[in-house]
Design a protein. Structure first.
Length: 324
């Protein structure tokens, strides 16, 4: 058996638009070892969520398409799997925690019914068995008075509780892989910490692997074993988390780390920022896209820089300008 639970190889995902077919994820590769947490970090528009939706084949239809590559879960290619297999894998082998719990939950069904639905589909539980299991799952994710909450609707719960319900649904069938797409969006700092600690404890308890998508490098440092840095639909750097924070190599990675606030920063100091913004998907250059942001002439950005391994497990897109 491979040491990797998930292997994403040369994944290409595109969307059909009125302006033509546009690549949102452009030939990316990474692995998720068994029992580990891999963080994916980058600004909005860099392809993080599209990568997650490509893995579980939940791209908007009919516009979203996987054009190439493979996604191997325990050796099975999810790109070529049948829809029937994907229905079994989603929720069964892969649990997904979506970005916004209010839209992830159905407002007209009780939370107990929504948790029990997954158990009925994947484990064949009866309504009574599903309700009892839902109560236990709510207790497991530390929702107080689970016997009462199981019959309540999403609007009756706080944002933190709704996110815990989404986590309970994702973990209901004890999946081997958990994908958490910015699971602390719109939550206050205290609740964010509680949710992230809960995720870590549940992952350790079930021995599951996980992918954590976030903008927050502090979260990556505290909760992940390795990190994938995405920019404009590509991976520009990937490394064990300690190695990345100690020896960031790509200019984009260094810019992200420099923009993090620090406890020793003098008060009222302006934080460094990365100039410019991520190009629109229809404007992506063929060559180094971070150089494109920095204003390098288009006629010099015709060839994509290769990925280079600079130390064991530490790979970087070897642009001579961004990685001198």
């Amino acid at each position: 058996m491979s040491d990797n639970l998930l292997e994403v190889r040369n994944l290409v995902t595109a969307f059909d638009t009125d302006g033509g077919q546009l690549r949102a994820v452009d030939d990316i590769s990474f692995t998720v070892p068994r029992g580990s947490c891999v963080g994916i970090v980058g600004e909005s528009g860099c392809g993080k969520s599209v990568t997650a939706m490509s893995i579980i084949r939940l791209l908007p239809q009919p516009m979203g398409k996987i054009l190439g590559g493979s996604v191997l879960l325990n050796g099975k290619d999810l790109v070529t799997a049948s829809l029937e297999d994907m229905y079994r894998i989603r929720g069964g082998e892969i649990g997904t925690i979506f970005q916004e719990p209010m839209t992830a939950l159905n407002p007209v069904h009780t939370i107990g019914r929504q948790i029990a639905e997954s158990l009925a589909i994947h484990k064949g539980m009866s309504p009574a068995e599903g309700r009892n299991a839902a109560i236990e799952l709510l207790r497991r994710v530390r929702i107080p008075a689970p016997e009462q909450r199981v019959d309540e609707y999403p609007h009756q719960l706080s944002g933190g509780m709704r996110q815990r319900v989404v986590i309970a649904i994702a973990l209901a069938c004890t999946p081997s892989l958990i994908i958490a797409d910015e699971p602390t969006t719109a939550l206050d700092v205290t609740v964010q910490a509680q949710i992230l600690d809960l995720l870590r404890e549940l992952r350790e308890e079930t021995h599951a692997s996980s992918i954590l998508i976030t903008h927050d490098l502090g979260v990556i440092a505290q909760h992940c074993d390795s990190v994938v840095v995405m920019y404009a639909g590509r991976i520009v750097e990937t490394a064990p988390v300690r190695e990345l924070f100690t020896h960031p190599t790509h200019a984009y990675t260094r810019g992200l780390l420099a923009s993090m606030p620090r406890l020793d920063t003098p008060r009222k100091t302006h934080l460094p920022t990365i100039l410019g913004q991520v190009a629109g998907i229809g404007e992506f250059a063929a060559g180094c896209r971070f150089c494109q942001r920095m204003g390098r002439p288009a006629d010099e950005l015709l060839e994509r820089p290769p990925m280079k391994e600079i130390s064991p497990g530490h790979l970087v897109e070897a642009c001579p300008v961004c990685c001198p």
